[in-house]
Design a protein around this ligand. Structure first.
Ligand SMILES: Cc1cc2nc3c(=O)[nH]c(=O)nc-3n(C[C@H](O)[C@H](O)[C@H](O)COP(=O)(O)OP(=O)(O)OC[C@H]3O[C@@H](n4cnc5c(N)ncnc54)[C@H](O)[C@@H]3O)c2cc1C
Length: 606
């Protein structure tokens, strides 16, 4: 039976045939890796997903919840996660693309993306524990200049200790600059940390003996707003340079949230320094906390985008498998025959519409997500600073798009999957309703998708006077030009080109409107992000279809023939039904229509 968690063929297609990562192998920084090794790593990730991670997915077994628990001030992860954590750490997955000096495997970033796609399909709530640990460890690697640095890295990368990300406070969510946590200087150079952080994922648990919290706080006397924020390494338990643990560090858990989804992940309220005994160590420079944290936030935002890809993959593959088995109704060609046999629902045109929609959307966001990691590989392999800067810039522009669009599509696909199942999809007996609940948070944390849109419009598109955005658009040209010369794809190529041009034009209009009528771009930012995503995903579909067309011409075996045909039909569906609408939508976004601002507060509901 085909997998319901892993789409290995499509991932290998992206890695080897579309992004041609093999061209970067055997040379710095990937001189130690070859194609076979990458496939071997992917196979191991697949085995871990299928055999170990996915079986722990249900958040209810025999009507009993599988969830993180809070008892007597202590937090317990679901029992089944303990073995997963051990396997994950032993398998080296905490450092897939990390440098050798911390025990990493130094593999291309796109391989990490593929592994993440699989693991996240298998169980997002679990993956958040190692995911946050990795993000926090990378901050320590890049910014923690302290005698405790080496042991911290060793313990985090070998899985002995975990990590978190502590920004949010009850009164400071999207508005991080409003935080109230403080840091008071101590004579020995450490800081005493006081404050409450809310919604901290994996904030406490019993998977590891210690937890490292990167905490944003304001040093006493520093200015208000984001410019006055610093960042500190705050351990749950103090430790020495040899890794031996000392006394608890006055970090306590107030409660864990009762949530709509990701029940296995402990979302904690953490109190720092209630007894005045919480010690933190400065990371990076004073008042540069936001700059430092943005490193982790970029990684986490890309990672959250991959969560949307993971959930879409699992939901689509489950729905596809169900549609092949569920017998209901007769084939449309036999509808007048009362004795016609029931057929699997995959034969009904409307079900096929749902399936191809899920397929083409999931494959579009997988390409978008993987592209972001491919861009990081190109940056890593760049031969000079100018090339490095080009890829870094493209990554900056694409990050809010990956975070927002992949997770919104995750919402759409999980809902269509429920619809495909019919009534059973609404029931806990099948996993797709859980997937819809689990994915919802992905559109909210790491900066809501609304905030991502403001980041794209207000910061990213204008970076280096628009050069990075232009570089991204420049990258789209070669594949579009190729498709324009193809009989089969010239119409779709024109649609994608038109959509991208319209997005560029709309961005220019917004940049002039921001001075004369800022409400138009501000109200439209979120829809604009989606338009640009749909245009870019049209480009990815063109790119994939170009490759598939070439491969089909070489007369491949039956299985590959089916795969490449699927890529071509998926591309046609997505481009004609989604990308084609972008220019019309862009037209509406720049109209002088600001009823959202004109309407008085009391008129929203009377
Ligand atoms: C399960 C879960 C796990 C989480 N994990 C972590 C974690 O590990 N670490 C961490 O630090 N935080 C974490 N968070 C917090 C999360 O990042 C915040 O919830 C999120 O950033 C939004 O903040 P808020 O909830 O305070 O909403 P608010 O900031 O109050 O936003 C409410 C609404 O207003 C909109 N809004 C707010 N300000 C603006 C603005 N200026 N312009 C336009 N729209 C605006 C938002 O988009 C949103 O729609 C987690 C949250 C949850 C629920």
């Amino acid at each position: 039976m085909a997998s319901q968690w892993v789409d290995m063929r499509d991932m290998k297609f992206l890695i080897h045939e579309v992004f041609k990562i093999d061209e970067l192998l055997g040379k710095a920084p990937y001189e130690d890796h070859d194609s076979d090794m990458i496939d071997m790593v992917l196979t191991e990730a697949e085995k871990l997903t299928e055999n170990e991670i996915a079986p722990t997915y249900p958040d209810e077994v025999n009507r009993k919840p599988v969830e993180a628990r809070f008892e007597n001030g202590n937090v317990y992860a679901p029992e089944s996660y303990k073995r997963l954590w051990q396997l994950y750490a032993e398998g080296g997955w905490l450092g897939t693309s990390d440098p050798y000096d911390v025990g990493g495997q130094g593999l291309p970033f796109i391989v990490s993306a593929a592994a993440a796609n699989m693991f996240l399909s298998g169980n997002q709530a679990f993956l958040m524990y190692p995911g946050l640990t990795h993000g926090a460890a990378r901050l320590v690697y890049d910014f923690f200049q302290h005698p405790l640095r080496d042991i911290t890295l060793q313990k985090m990368f070998d899985g002995s200790w975990a990590g978190t990300m502590c920004l949010t406070e009850p009164g400071a969510g999207s508005d991080v600059g409003a935080l109230k946590s403080t840091a008071k200087r101590n004579p020995d150079g450490t800081f005493s940390i006081t404050g409450t952080k809310s919604f901290i994922s994996a904030g406490d648990h019993d998977l590891t003996e210690n937890i490292i919290h990167p905490v944003l706080a304001r040093i006493e006397g520093d200015p208000n707003g984001t410019k006055g924020i610093s960042i500190f390494v705050v351990p749950k338990i103090r430790y020495n340079e040899d890794g031996t643990l000392g006394e608890p560090n006055d970090v306590s858990t107030g409660n864990i949230e009762s949530k709509m989804g990701i029940h296995g992940n402990a979302t904690c309220t953490l109190n720092f320094g209630e007894n005045g005994k919480c010690i933190g160590y400065l990371m990076g420079e004073e008042r540069e906390g936001m700059k430092v944290m943005f490193h982790m936030m970029n990684e986490e935002r890309q990672g959250v985008g991959m969560m949307g890809v993971g959930m879409s993959t699992a939901a689509y593959l489950h729905a596809l498998s169900y549609a092949k088995e569920r017998m209901q109704g007769v084939n449309i060609m036999n509808m007048k025959d009362p004795n016609a046999p029931q057929v699997p629902i995959i034969q009904h045109p409307d079900v096929r519409r749902m399936l191809i929609k899920m397929k083409s959307m999931t494959e579009a966001i997988r390409a978008l997500g993987f592209y972001c990691y491919y861009v990081m590989d190109r940056r890593a392999a760049a031969v000079d600073d100018a090339e490095k800067d080009k890829w870094q810039g493209i990554m900056e522009v694409i990050t809010p798009i990956v975070k927002s669009y992949c997770t919104d599509v995750g919402d759409d696909v999980t809902k269509i999957a429920i619809q495909t199942y019919g009534g059973y999809g609404f029931c806990r007996e099948y996993p797709v309703e859980q997937m819809a609940r689990d994915n919802k948070i992905n559109t909210i944390y790491e900066g809501t998708n609304g905030i991502q849109a403001l980041d794209l419009l207000g910061r990213k598109l204008g970076m280096k006077k628009g050069l990075y955005f232009m570089n991204l658009l420049g990258e789209t040209q070669a594949e579009i030009a190729k498709a324009k010369n193809s009989e089969n794809f010239k119409e779709e190529a024109a649609i994608v080109e038109n959509a991208l041009n319209k997005c560029a034009e709309t961005a220019m209009t917004f940049s002039s409107l921001i001075r004369s009528n800022p409400f138009i771009p501000l109200i439209s930012a979120y829809d604009y992000l989606n338009c640009l995503s749909e245009a870019l995903c049209g480009w990815f579909h063109i790119w994939m279809a170009n490759v598939a067309t070439e491969k089909l011409a070489a007369n491949p075996g039956e299985k590959d023939k089916a795969f490449y045909t699927g890529k071509i039909e998926g591309a046609k569906f997505y481009i004609n039904r989604t990308t084609a609408l972008v220019p019309a939508k862009c037209e509406t976004l720049v109209k002088d229509e600001i009823s959202a601002m004109r309407i008085p507060d009391e008129a929203f509901a009377v």
